[in-house]
Design a binder for this molecule. Structure first.
Ligand code: PFF
Length: 454
């Protein structure tokens, strides 16, 4: 039973705190920034449908597995995987899941921080009234000017890395628990206010149809890969973040209901973000496929026009930065918790070392928006390559291995004990989903992505 092992890193104070922390990890730039822009790039409704199916049949079952393995292991993902493999008589090679995950988390942090830096920058831009009454073209230009200034990008990238390291260095319980308790509800509330604004636009229906009209002729092969990858990214799966957080979960809390709550909140935030952004896109003649700048070009327009927009806009970007912050710490936690357990160095030392390295690699992403914009590998910039490699390859691969291990190698009785479902039909449904449906879905999408099937 999980009570046998102790976490040396701390335990969340309650199930609610776990939900907040896990939601803090899941809800981030992925929901507010990435989901709308990839939906715009990959054709709208059909993409959204594939994404929702991935959340349900792949994301939720794998999140349950990750949290379960973490809680039973009570250690960093690398060491928990080792313990779980031993416990069930399998090869210690399964640790590879933990190693690959820690690497993926590190790589994501390098560019996540750059984008979060844009949000911090926008706090100041909004606050100074730079967007009051601007039109679409001006908004695009302000964003373009930011991308063209490596110095400005590096400044905010650095600030974001430093605040992230501060929390990870301090450990689990203190700052973050308290911050998320207040920030997540505030973010949600502001999104609903923005939704009210979007609802008042004539183009709301057009935005709604764009998100929810499932036209499969519009969807490309790559869209399947991106939708699946995003379901991992948005739920913080496949790299051990949820495993690390599960290790700090109170032993009595129910995993299934907790996970479903986190996934539902995450999905709602993404869909509301889409419903806020697309009507504004259409009302102002912007391009839904504008790419990573979409949120930064559209929302300031709305704020620039609404009463009190300067205040709301400033608050909004503060909250986006906070949402990114509570996600970023979970990107570093798998690597840091392993090093705390397995080396002589202290948590602050390890955090600073890894963070400094992430900052340095992040400079590549900064430059890919200006000086290196033309330096491409397979048509992708440095930022694009890291984003694609992590979200669309490493996370699904990590998730596939977790599903195979939990479904086929880990002892069914252990899963049953840990999930505490005492005879509930949800257990066999979960087990067979993770054995068959989730792995097949990942393999199918993978084969489609590399062009081996149509
Ligand atoms: N889920 C976060 C988001 O949607 O912004 C990103 C993320 C955090 C991915 C932590 C993976 C992770 F481990």
């Amino acid at each position: 039973m999980s009570e046998q092992r102790q976490s040396i890193h701390g335990i969340w104070n309650s199930r609610i705190i776990f939900i907040l922390a896990a939601t803090g990890s899941a809800v981030g730039l992925g929901n507010i920034w990435k989901f709308p822009y990839i939906t715009g790039e990959y054709g709208g409704g059909a993409f959204v449908l594939v994404y929702l199916l991935c959340i349900l049949f792949v994301g939720v079952p794998i999140m349950m597995a990750e949290v379960m393995l973490g809680r039973r292991g009570r250690q960093s993902p690398i060491n928990s995987m080792k313990a779980m493999a031993e416990e069930t008589g399998s090869t210690p090679l399964w640790q590879i899941i933990g190693w690959m995950g820690a690497l993926a988390g590190f790589l994501i942090l390098t560019f996540y921080s750059v984008i979060a830096g844009w949000a911090i920058d926008y706090v100041f831009k909004m606050g100074s009234g730079a967007f009051n009454g601007v039109d679409g073209a001006t908004s695009e230009k302000i964003f373009g000017d930011l991308l063209a200034s490596p110095g400005e990008l590096i400044l905010f990238h650095s600030i974001f890395i430093i605040v992230t390291l501060y929390i990870v260095g301090k450990g689990v319980n203190e700052g973050l628990e308290k911050a998320t308790k207040f920030l997540m509800p505030a973010l949600f509330l502001l999104l609903v206010v923005l939704l009210g604004y979007s609802l008042s636009l004539d183009s709301f229906g057009q935005g709604f149809d764009f998100l929810f009209t499932f036209d499969f002729s519009k969807i490309s092969k790559e869209a399947f890969v991106v939708a699946l990858g995003h379901s991992f990214f948005t739920l913080s799966l496949g790299l051990g973040a949820m495993m690390a957080y599960g290790a700090y979960m109170p032993a009595k809390a129910s995993i299934a209901s907790t996970v479903v709550t986190v996934a539902a909140l995450d999905t709602i935030v993404a869909l509301i973000s889409g419903l806020v952004i697309f009507p504004i896109v259409f009302a102002n003649g912007l391009e839904p496929g504008a790419g990573p700048g979409l949120m930064f070009q559209t929302l300031p327009l709305a704020f620039g026009q609404m009463p009190g927009g300067t205040i709301f806009g400033t608050l909004f970007f503060i909250l986006v930065a906070f949402a990114a912050w509570s996600s970023a710490i979970s990107l570093l936690e798998p690597g840091v918790s392993w090093a705390v357990e397995s080396t002589r160095f202290t948590r602050p030392q390890i955090t600073i070392a890894l963070g400094a390295l992430a900052w340095f690699v992040g400079l590549g992403s900064v430059l890919s928006f200006n000086h290196w914009a033309e330096a491409k590998l397979l048509g992708k910039t440095f930022f694009d390559v890291l984003d694609y490699l992590t979200a669309n390859i490493m996370l699904p691969l990590g998730g596939l291995l977790i599903a195979i291990f939990t479904g086929w190698f880990y002892k069914e009785k252990f899963s049953h004990d840990e999930l505490r479902m005492n005879g509930s039909p949800i257990f066999p449904i979960w087990l067979w989903t993770i054995r068959i449906i989730s792995p097949l879905a990942v393999v199918y999408v993978g084969l489609k992505g590399v062009g081996l099937i149509d």
